[in-house]
Design a protein around this ligand. Structure first.
Ligand code: HEC
Ligand code: HEC
Length: 202
């Protein structure tokens, strides 16, 4: 009787954990990531500022982006081509590989960092821009469980492009329109400033 119960409980735990997250294998991911290195670099710290850094990004967020490039919920021709042939297991392994790398700070325009810091930490009370820190954390590390990506050390050019895309609605894969609602209230100067501040975070 006791044994049967134990088997039943063990079975439940096992199926719950496998369905909740197919844990990625970073070593397997390294073998699959060669096709990514040309743009994102082997250590995930891209040098071309149009290509995002992937180093240290949370696995769950990266898997979400890859599967949404594949389904075209997030629209980008280059990444559609890269993600089209990936299986769920490939995505999990690639995400685990890049999550295991350490991010480096990016180049920032110092003249924009002070305004960027104000917005990141305090938002803009007049126009109703929420403080980025509330979701992405005081040091830009994000919140893996909630699906808030790490931003620290990202290239300003990439961050500006994404904030503009949320603002225009050309990127609309943010749950509950969180980023579209925030960027709708932001000016061009605020977007540039906060992107430069984010580049300095580590
Ligand atoms: C030819 C260059 C190129 C290659 C090769 C490439 N990428 Fe990308 N990747 C990009 C660009 C450009 C973007 C930004 C897309 C956008 O603006 O939405 C991007 C975005 C991403 C993102 C979203 C990052 C974020 O912070 O939201 C992930 C994840 C990603 N790539 C993973 C990969 C993986 C894994 C591979 C290899 C299988 C790969 N990429 C190969 C150019 C490339
Ligand atoms: C209410 C929570 C919340 C707040 C506040 C918030 N964000 Fe986000 N942000 C998100 C979520 C959720 C995503 C991921 C969307 C997705 O899954 O594609 C995101 C994604 C992003 C991305 C895309 C990252 C990438 O690698 O492509 C950037 C850039 C970003 N946020 C910047 C900001 C900035 C700057 C602020 C402050 C002005 C801010 N966020 C405030 C929730 C938030």
């Amino acid at each position: 009787m006791k044994f049967k119960l134990l088997v039943a409980v063990f079975g439940l735990v096992l199926s719950a954990s496998t369905s909740a997250m197919a844990a990625g294998d970073a070593a397997a991911g390294e073998g699959k990531a060669a096709a990514c290195f040309g743009c994102h670099m082997p250590d995930g710290n891209s040098v071309v500022d149009q290509f995002p850094k992937l180093a240290g990004q949370h696995e769950k967020y990266t898997v979400k982006q890859l599967s949404e490039f594949k389904s075209m919920k997030r629209k980008n021709d280059i990444m559609l081509g890269m993600a089209a042939a990936l299986t769920d297991e490939d995505m999990a392994d690639l995400a685990a590989y890049f999550a295991s790398k350490t991010g480096t700070p990016a180049m920032a325009d110092d003249s924009k960092v002070a305004l960027g810091q104000d917005i990141y930490r305090g938002g803009n009370m007049t126009s109703g821009v929420a403080a980025c820190m509330g979701c992405h954390g005081p040091d830009g590390a994000g919140n893996p469980a909630a699906g808030y990506p790490s931003l620290a050390g990202q290239h300003p050019a990439y961050t500006i492009a994404q904030l503009n895309a949320f603002h225009d609605g050309t990127r609309d894969n943010d749950q509950a329109s969180m980023m579209r609602n925030i960027t709708a209230r932001m000016t061009k100067d605020e977007i540039e400033a906060v992107a430069n501040y984010i580049a300095t975070l580590k």
